[in-house]
Design a protein around this ligand. Sequence first.
Ligand SMILES: Cc1cc2nc3c(=O)[nH]c(=O)nc-3n(C[C@H](O)[C@H](O)[C@H](O)COP(=O)(O)OP(=O)(O)OC[C@H]3O[C@@H](n4cnc5c(N)ncnc54)[C@H](O)[C@@H]3O)c2cc1C
Length: 393
Amino acid sequence: MAESFDALVIGGGAAGLMCAIAAGRRGKRVLVVEHANRVGKKILMSGGGRCNFTNTGATPANYLSANPHYCKSALARYTPADFIAMVERHRIAYHEKELGQLFCDDSSKQIVRMLLDECADAGVRIETSCAIERVRHGDATFHLDTARGSFTASALVVACGGLSIPSMGASGFGYELARQFGHSVLPTRAGLVPLTLSGKHQERLADLAGVALPVEARCNGSAFRNFMLVTHRGISGPAILQISSYWNPGDDLRLDLLPGDDAYAWLQTQRTERAATELRNVLAERIPKRFAQRLCEHWFSSKPMRQYRDAELREMAALLADWPLVASGTEGYRTAEVTLGGVDTDELSSSTMQSKRVPGLYFIGEVVDVTGWLGGYNFQWAWASGHACGNAL
Ligand SMILES: Cc1cc2nc3c(=O)[nH]c(=O)nc-3n(C[C@H](O)[C@H](O)[C@H](O)COP(=O)(O)OP(=O)(O)OC[C@H]3O[C@@H](n4cnc5c(N)ncnc54)[C@H](O)[C@@H]3O)c2cc1C
């Protein structure tokens, strides 16, 4: 005999747990089915173990989607202030790191604990290590056959997340289910991910792995000013992770190595004020020394500043302000924080997250084609979409 619930939630991650809490609070009998041995694994590893659980400045402009309007309704109805209120109710200490990013002072375990306590209060049942064998639909009822028995409900919420970090339980199951029920899935790719370099950039930069510098990274009309980190295989750091979500193979990627400055005016000033100093030493005051030296070995020739003609300064300034880098690819899902693309929002209701094709079927969180920037935006989408769905079940 299958056990009956009001709603079955597949995936005990950020979105699934929030959805279950909202529905449970409204008296719904909810079962969360999680195939990993514990819920919230990505929450645990997020934010370097301190979970960047929201961003106080989150707006729809911080999300990528084929339909940029889709996320608006849910984000407006469950705001960062709503999640902060829950965090404060549970007396979890937190701080703002930069740019509205809120982190736990202590550990991301506190966020998982909070969600589990809220689930318990709301009467939500959670089954972990529960592999799903089959999902069926008939007579307006969803049937789940799992390693821990069979369950039925009139509502099924797909909250399986994306493909990033398979070792943490990520699977393509949400996309498979979407297709099983006739939904379109937009092409997926790794986002918020380090980029790999090849050819001369790789050869010239690889041994600088570990060097970090502020840059403005630009691609396809988007720009992010933050740190870049050189890695053994390419480049990473917040500026690169952000721009990686806007980059497709073959796209032009540019770096401003003197962000916020007029490179030509700066070089002219250096020529006037430090005429006898060599370029490599001048640059080393703005850019990490090893990186500056490498630029002078391969891209510029270093000589005392007074020896540069205006045209040479202009050429160098152009390169410093708009350095073209040819990325060969990304590090892929193994290290990506998110998956871009996913279940097409055109076939979902933006207020309830319900399928327009199959009544009672819902998609929330990362499995949907809504992807946030780095900095707490992805969890805010998970909370907001989970909350919208939980209140509609
Ligand atoms: C290393 C890392 C750090 C991150 N740090 C941050 C951060 O600090 N701030 C931020 O906003 N975002 C961060 N993110 C992104 C954030 O974790 C995700 O956007 C968010 O977890 C998505 O929530 P979700 O509930 O949709 O998916 P998930 O949290 O991935 O949850 C999906 C759940 O479904 C389960 N599942 C999958 N397949 C099945 C199946 N077949 N049957 C049953 N269960 C299944 C998974 O095991 C998982 O528990 C980070 C991501 C990574 C990888």
